[in-house]
Design a protein around this ligand. Structure first.
Ligand SMILES: [Mg+2]
Length: 372
């Protein structure tokens, strides 16, 4: 099948209150992202979405669109070399590749995970928080998760003092005992504001986390410091995870070859797409590592990672990251532009059985939120 057209809609969804995530310097007043719409010559449309806004639209329109129109996509999807176009502009083509999968799976009238050979009807959710909340707010939120059957949560670290980060963890253990599993994310100790962690700080935190039986420590160092990840992993008894902002198989291979990770966290829309992620998952499996995709982007971006997860063995990919902070973020923001939403029931995300990614885009919502 040939590609007839590709469009990018930049959408801005207003938020009921400003939200500041731990990795960002300023609060969000709204949520801006790109919706990719890919039309096949059969008239079927595939969609995808990624958090990047105007720059992504400019990238697709300028560099990708002219190459994509009339390209034959059904057999090999898009050639891997074509995906490398992303590296010119430090943009990723994964989101575009996901729209192609959606189009092809819809044309074959199959849910994407089934087209990928997946059998899992549901994937266990881990609740991903995004804010640096105080103790009470965090405990209240975890109580909400627990009442919905979710018993694994990821909290953010990198408050001004590590003592404050650890005090939160201590309170979670005191309140919930072993009934809640906890992972910790430091977001590369990276942002526009301090504190920044060096290797010794990351090691100090990792050693502290051992006593709280934490599931994993995510991105404790800047992503370029592969040697630092290996150094840290050798010295601590806690699983180290990373890779959410990487793209290109060679980068993941470098992490795995360096014995730098226990858990590999490629994201279908941030990497070069689902095909690349499935190769990365096999790379992880062949080294007895885990593969837990990062999943934070709107609608189709998040759901792409759900389908990817459902196509992989449970022993390799136990959970799907699910942005649930604030609680309304998942339904009201992630699925602001779709007619249907993904059901989370008894701690599991249920795979949609409609064709493709299983989400129906609302043209009305696009009109309402489109800014360019
Ligand atoms: Mg992360």
């Amino acid at each position: 099948m040939k590609v007839k057209d590709v469009k990018v809609h930049v959408l801005k969804v207003p938020l009921p209150e400003p939200i500041q995530f731990s990795w960002e310097p300023l609060p969000h007043q709204d949520y801006t992202f790109s919706l990719i719409e890919l039309e096949g010559e059969n008239g079927v449309k595939g969609y995808s979405a990624i958090e990047l806004g105007s720059t992504y639209k400019a990238f697709i329109n300028t560099y990708v669109r002219p190459l994509l129109i009339n390209l034959q996509i059904d057999l090999e999807l898009i050639p891997d070399r074509f995906l490398q176009i992303g590296s010119w502009l430090i943009q990723r083509t994964g989101a575009l590749e996901v729209a192609i999968w959606d189009l092809i799976a819809k044309s074959n009238q199959l849910p994407l995970y089934k087209m990928l050979g997946g059998k899992r009807k549901k994937v266990k959710v881990y609740a991903s928080t995004g804010r640096l909340m105080d103790v009470k707010e965090t405990i209240d939120l975890i109580n909400d998760y627990y009442s919905k059957g979710i018993d694994i949560v990821k909290i953010r670290f990198r408050r001004n003092s590590i003592k404050d980060d650890l005090a939160l963890l201590r309170e979670i253990r005191k309140t919930f005992g072993d009934s809640i599993r906890v992972a910790v994310d430091a977001n590369q100790a990276w942002t526009f504001t301090p504190p920044y962690w060096d290797r010794m700080t990351a090691l100090k935190v990792a050693k502290e986390l051992e006593q709280y039986d934490v599931e994993w420590l995510e991105e404790p160092l800047y992503r370029e410091d592969i040697e630092g990840y290996r150094w840290l992993r050798e010295r601590s008894n806690i699983k180290i995870s990373g890779g959410e902002l990487e793209y290109d198989l060679s980068r993941f291979k470098a992490f795995v070859d360096s014995k730098a990770l226990d858990i590999v966290q490629a994201d279908a829309v941030y990497s070069n797409g689902i095909r690349e992620c499935r190769v990365i998952a096999s790379l992880a499996e062949s080294h007895n590592l885990e593969f837990l995709p990062h999943a934070w982007d709107p609608g189709m971006g998040w759901v792409a990672n759900l389908h990817l997860s459902a196509s992989l063995p449970e022993s390799l990919t136990k959970y799907i990251e699910t942005p649930l902070d604030p609680l309304w973020w998942f339904n009201d923001v992630l699925f602001a532009i779709t007619k249907n939403k993904i059901i989370v029931e008894d701690g599991y995300a249920i795979l949609p059985e409609d064709a493709g990614l299983g989400l129906e885009v609302s043209d009305e919502a696009i009109k309402k939120y489109e800014v360019e």
